[in-house]
Design a protein around this ligand. Sequence first.
Ligand code: HEC
Ligand code: HEC
Ligand code: HEC
Ligand code: HEC
Length: 462
Amino acid sequence: MENGSIGWAPPAQGWIGTASCASAACHGADGPQGTKGCEYSTWKESDPHSRAYDALFSERSLRMARVLWPDEKTPEPWKKSECLACHTSFESAKEHADSAKSPDGTSPNPQYGVGCESCHGPARDWIGVHTTNEWQALSPTEKERLGFRNLTQPLARAETCVRCHTGSPNQEVNHDLIAAGHPRLFFNLVGFSESPPTMGDKSYRGKWHWLSRRNPIAGSEESRGIKLAREWAVGEVVAAIASLDLLNHRLNAADKPSSNWPELAEFNCYACHHDLSEHNGMERTTVTIPKASAPSKPVVGRLAWGAWSFATIPSIAEASGLDAEKIRISLETLRRLIPGNDEDRRAAMKVVTTLKQYLQSDLLPAVEMQSINTTWLNSVRGSLIAEAKSSAPSSTWDQAAAWYIAFVVLDRLQQDLLGNEGRRMASSVPSGLLFPKGFDSPRGFSPKMLADFLKTVENTNP
Ligand code: HEC
Ligand code: HEC
Ligand code: HEC
Ligand code: HEC
């Protein structure tokens, strides 16, 4: 990862491989999925990360590879650093990138997916001690010194996921990959940590190996609603900073002849694509793609930049007593500058640097320390509702989806804080937010749908 980027970049040394955690006496017991001792078994059977390397052998990956590397007769995605960066753990990528199949010849094999050490840290220096009594006596900092990551902290969790799920300077899913058939990345920590994995089959519900550990022990800890709210707020801020890192990298690289600037993955997909059907093929509305050489002009609202990553950030800042207006102004300035000419691009880089600094040095620590209580709840929710109302009529699906997730989390918090008086939102997702069957785009979304939904949220205020 580039200097100063947020997110955890695993060290190159110290990997011992997922098989080292798999024995029945350690994490490979075959009890119920998600229970203690069954982490490996749960990962292998129901965690998409164990299939991440296999996915590179799929028909979809092969189709993508033919589009991306048209000059190669039989391009092999499982050998491409552009794919291995996120679809395998570091050690298997390094060691096996030049082999034709999975390293043991039995392609494909879960061992080479995104394994335990990709999140918990390379284990060479802690595997021995972590099975002894001595381990319990070590502080989180001492464990960290051995390379073990304290994933009970929302910040550490968020920093783990973003390099692959938001992307980072050396790991990107750009519009070239998406147009070739890669799913668009839209990460949110709370949703991705909670919802059981479907492995692409919506009728199937797997389990995360970590789910049963996320319930607080009675009386001794913060309530679940409070934990979720903090995880949501921290996750949003970390993902926003990670997307600024990626934007900064892209803006910097735009001078190179090989550059693809403007990078279309930075903008609202559905401004250009209304009917994105699954995996390939769609109708396209006529759009003018902003060219780097074009004269600077105001952007059409619909082509908004950053709608997914920044929709909730000003409200989170406001509720922590920070300068939300400063953030709003920076975001507006970026929306205007980003599709512009070279001069605009250089100006945008300065705004990105200042905004990132503010989010990282001021907002992130404030959100980590924030007391999550009724005052905070009312403040964030009030601010989100105002933000959403003022975005009409040009609000986008990305914003509406990010706000919806926020309201669900806040509703859960309200139940915890107010007990039975906490009024609940309807449990079903508003249909306009869903992608209809067979489509990779939200054809049913309209700003009117958002306005109707906001009315129901306002009615859940105590
Ligand atoms: C920045 C990290 C990143 C890079 C680089 C990347 N991917 Fe992915 N890929 C992901 C993530 C994350 C998902 C899951 C997306 C989701 O559903 O949110 C995914 C999903 C997929 C899927 C669909 C899931 C499945 O099991 O079928 C395929 C296929 C795929 N990637 C292939 C590729 C190929 C081929 C390349 C290289 C050309 C590549 N990826 C590069 C992160 C990445
Ligand atoms: C995608 C990232 C990821 C991968 C891959 C992963 N883990 Fe985890 N693991 C987590 C997270 C996140 C938590 C829970 C943190 C929390 O909410 O407290 C966790 C929790 C755990 C815990 C419980 C720790 C505790 O505090 O009680 C164990 C044990 C564990 N993982 C083992 C494994 C093993 C073994 C593997 C490989 C088979 C693995 N993990 C793969 C992210 C991961
Ligand atoms: C080393 C890269 C990497 C890291 C780190 C990582 N993931 Fe993933 N994740 C992937 C890839 C690749 C896929 C797609 C696997 C597939 O379906 O083939 C994926 C899939 C997922 C999916 C399923 C998405 C879908 O639409 O089906 C969820 C949810 C997810 N990851 C959550 C997390 C969380 C939470 C963390 C952090 C605790 C995390 N991931 C860390 C690479 C990573
Ligand atoms: C400024 C307009 C614009 C934006 C924004 C944009 N695209 Fe595209 N997209 C295009 C154009 C033009 C093409 C055809 C050229 C190409 O393949 O790059 C295309 C091609 C595609 C294709 C391939 C379709 C096919 O029939 O081959 C997919 C899939 C796609 N885009 C998805 C997305 C997603 C998802 C996003 C948001 C992350 C996005 N696009 C953002 C203009 C845009």
